[in-house]
Design a protein around this ligand. Structure first.
Ligand code: ADP
Length: 387
């Protein structure tokens, strides 16, 4: 082969490699770039231009790229440029809005290599992750939807008990209001008793409206509201809502709440949903128990590692060892009317708070205890006490 032929074959190889690379970039929605700071040169692959809807013939500058970065991501974009110039690696998820108005989720990675004569050059890749991100968002919406449906379904099981909860103060309110009227109509009017019964009327009305407010909070969907949560208070509200139902099924409810429990950060309603699931499961597990008291104990404490721990202990059927792992699988149920989603949703709620939810049979062989622990740093990784 003479030199001429050899060069032609090298060029053909190079051309093939280039076509393969361009095809691989297109298939994986990944573009590449090199960035020479000193010369202010930014070289983009065809795929990267396609992602940004740039004409490959035009000159790309960081300013021009910045014009398409989503306004909310601009400060982070500026920080990444600054970091890259200072020699730091790039690992940056961000969004752009292209000239035709399309929102895209991108992920850029890059690192610095020393080029000719110590001239630093950044070499990197940008992947269009829009499809994956959209699928993730749809999945998380579907999960939230399912959690909401499960919550409403669980609360529906409490309807009779809740109606009783609202009815009690209403009945008492009507009695007190009529007594008050009678005291005022008496001759002479008994103002002192009228005053007392009027006060009782107000107290009863407040009790009824408290129950409704609690219910409304749990039924109405509120997504991702992260706040300081007093786990004792949140659990006490759930117990108040379910207490008539527990009484109806002869469950002896006890609670042992640590008085020095620090707040965690999280979604109060979601955590209440977990407690409600655990309490109603404990009740279900004791329905068949007749020969011993149906004792249900809800306790809270700070555990050895400083996390907030809540446990629900029952004296029910206990859990067969081969089921211990499967309880948390979605759609695993042993109940004829069960949906089998309560524990799996509860576990994902606790995990989204950075915590753990687990089950164990009681040491005395009677019943099981479900517990969760949540680190004080909580869902958004900051603060502990009430703020
Ligand atoms: P469901 O209550 O609709 O069955 P869950 O996901 O809440 O769905 O519970 C799944 C299964 O875990 C239940 O069907 C039951 O077999 C078991 N389980 C849950 N809590 C307890 C408990 N306290 N004691 C014994 N088994 C339990």
């Amino acid at each position: 082969m003479d030199i001429q032929q050899s060069r032609q074959s090298d060029e053909a190889d190079l051309q093939r490699a280039y076509v393969h690379l361009a095809e691989a970039q297109r298939l994986s929605h990944t573009g590449s770039f090199t960035w020479d700071f000193d010369r202010g040169e930014l070289l983009w692959s065809e795929e990267l231009c396609r992602i940004f809807e740039f004409d490959p013939a035009t000159t790309v500058t960081t300013d021009r790229v910045g014009q398409y970065v989503h306004p909310d991501d601009l400060p982070a974009f500026a920080a990444v440029l600054e970091g890259a110039a200072a020699g730091r690696d790039i690992d940056f998820p961000y969004r752009i809005i292209t000239a035709s108005g399309v929102l895209k989720h991108l992920h850029a990675v890059g690192h610095r290599i020393e080029h000719d004569a110590d001239r630093p050059v950044i070499i990197g890749a940008v992947q269009d992750v829009t499809e994956r991100r959209v699928a993730e968002e749809a999945l998380s919406r579907a999960r939230a939807e399912l959690a909401h449906v499960a919550r409403v379904a669980t609360l529906s099981a409490l309807t009779a008990s809740i109606a009783h909860e609202v009815n009690q103060p209403l009945t008492s309110l009507v009695t007190n209001a009529s007594t008050c009227l009678r005291m005022l109509a008496a001759d002479p009017p008994n103002l002192e008793l009228a005053h007392t019964t009027a006060q009782r009327t107000i107290r009863d009305a407040n009790r009824a409206s408290d129950v409704i407010a609690r219910l409304r909070a749990m039924f109405v969907r509120k997504d991702g509201a992260v706040e300081a949560v007093d786990v004792n208070g949140a659990a006490a509200e759930v117990l108040a809502l379910s207490s008539s139902e527990l009484q109806r099924t002869q469950v002896d409810l006890r609670s042992d709440f640590a008085s020095d429990l620090p707040n965690i950060r999280g979604d109060r309603i979601q955590l209440q949903q977990v407690v409600l699931n655990l309490v109603l499961n404990a009740r279900d597990a004791m329905l068949a128990v007749d020969k011993r008291p149906r004792t249900l104990k809800v306790s809270t404490k700070v555990d050895d590692t400083g996390q907030v721990l809540l446990s629900v202990r029952d004296a029910g059927s206990g859990i067969a060892p081969d089921r211990l792992d499967r309880l948390f699988d979605t759609f695993f149920t042993t109940k004829s009317e069960g949906m089998g989603v309560g524990l799996s949703i509860s576990r994902s709620i606790i995990q989204s708070h950075g915590g753990r939810l687990w089950a164990a049979n009681n040491a005395d062989g009677l019943g099981a205890t479900f517990s969760f622990s949540i680190p004080l740093a909580g869902a958004d990784g900051e603060g502990t006490h009430d703020d």
